[in-house]
Design a protein around this ligand. Structure first.
Ligand SMILES: Nc1ncnc2c1ncn2[C@@H]1O[C@H](COP(=O)(O)OP(=O)(O)O)[C@@H](O)[C@H]1O
Ligand SMILES: [Mg+2]
Length: 309
């Protein structure tokens, strides 16, 4: 069964680089699926190959997948519409379409489709990999995503209620007595979703299965944002296992500008050490070049549990 790890953090701190490097390191002896949920999809650029919406082999033991939230939510709603089309009368279909289109633009629609897709992948693939690693979009977005089971529960309940009401009205009009609302295909689909959601929640609540790593830089804003995020995740009982402090300056810089910068960094590193007591702490230097196939190899060494440097 796979260990599921989310890499979160502020935009630009190095989530894509670090989750990719981490995956690369783990793939030396384990089978890894790296999933990007950020629409910017930089894993493709990083590995210099097209990683698409199907699981794609990056190298031995390392597989990639890019999920596009907007595409997923459209496909999801179209899928429901098509299903419905075959079993529902045109008049009701019109009304259903309206309800579904409203759902498409309602708050959380993209996230809920993305969440659905993530749960589907986790449920389908967790037997096939040792690690499933998520490179996520910036923090706020991801945490909203993980708090979704609760939000979605409400959303599905509302849709279920609406649907049952529609069915009751229809039954009255048709003078049909004793119609079984639970046999209705829309109710069925919604109930199926509810079941999936409960599975997801059970999975997410178990810290043996799921953990969170925050990537940050030794600077004030990322530290503040990470503090808030860790607190929030605690509320949702999602365990934060570790930090990746990225882009650390060389130990002994020579120019006065960098000496000053380094002083600040040391100060913030100290703050990080006192503010977060987490199981794992990875420290990654700032590299001369930005991240590409070769430098990502170099970065991956820093995720080695028994480092040789
Ligand atoms: N340790 C590092 N040294 C040098 N460049 C880095 C390092 N980490 C990230 N970068 C560069 O910083 C930019 C942002 O990194 P990225 O991983 O895309 O961040 P995020 O996914 O959090 O937005 C990229 O251009 C990447 O190449
Ligand atoms: Mg990214």
């Amino acid at each position: 069964m796979a260990e599921i790890i989310f890499f979160g953090g502020k935009g630009g701190v190095g989530k894509t680089s670090c989750s990719s490097a981490f995956s690369l390191e783990k793939s030396k002896c384990k089978k890894v699926l790296l999933i990007s949920t950020d629409p910017a999809h930089s894993t493709s650029d990083l590995f210099n190959m097209k990683i698409g919406s199907e699981i794609t082999k990056i190298k031995d033991n390392l597989f990639g997948l890019e999920i596009d939230p907007e595409k997923e939510s459209n496909a999801y709603i179209e899928g429901i519409k098509n299903n419905m089309h075959r079993i529902i009368s045109p008049i009701i279909m019109d009304e259903m379409n309206q309800q579904l289109d409203a759902a498409r633009i309602s708050p959380g629609a993209h996230e809920s489709a993305l969440f659905d897709k993530m749960v589907e992948i986790i449920l389908n693939e967790y037997e096939n990999y040792d690690f499933i690693i998520f490179d996520t979009a910036p923090t706020g977005h991801t945490i909203r995503l993980l708090s979704l089971p609760e939000m979605l529960e409400g959303w599905i309940n509302t849709l279920l209620k609406k649907r049952r009401k529609t069915l009751a009205l229809k039954a009255m009009v048709d003078r049909i007595k004793g119609i079984d609302k639970e046999d209705d295909p829309v109710v069925q689909i919604l109930k199926q979703r509810q079941k999936k959601l409960n599975q997801a929640r059970a999975l997410m609540m178990d810290e043996k299965n799921l953990s969170f790593y925050f990537v940050l830089n030794a600077e004030r804003l990322p530290i503040e944002e990470t503090k808030k995020a860790v607190k929030l995740l605690k509320q949702y009982k999602i365990p934060v296992k570790g930090l990746v402090i990225n882009r650390l300056l060389p130990e002994h810089p020579e120019e006065s500008f960098w000496i000053e910068k380094k002083k600040q960094e040391v100060y913030y590193l100290d703050e990080i050490h006192t503010s977060f007591q987490l199981e794992k702490m990875y420290k990654i230097p700032l590299f001369e070049t930005d991240m590409h196939e070769n430098s990502i190899q170099k970065m991956s060494n820093y995720f080695n549990e028994t480092p040789e440097y």
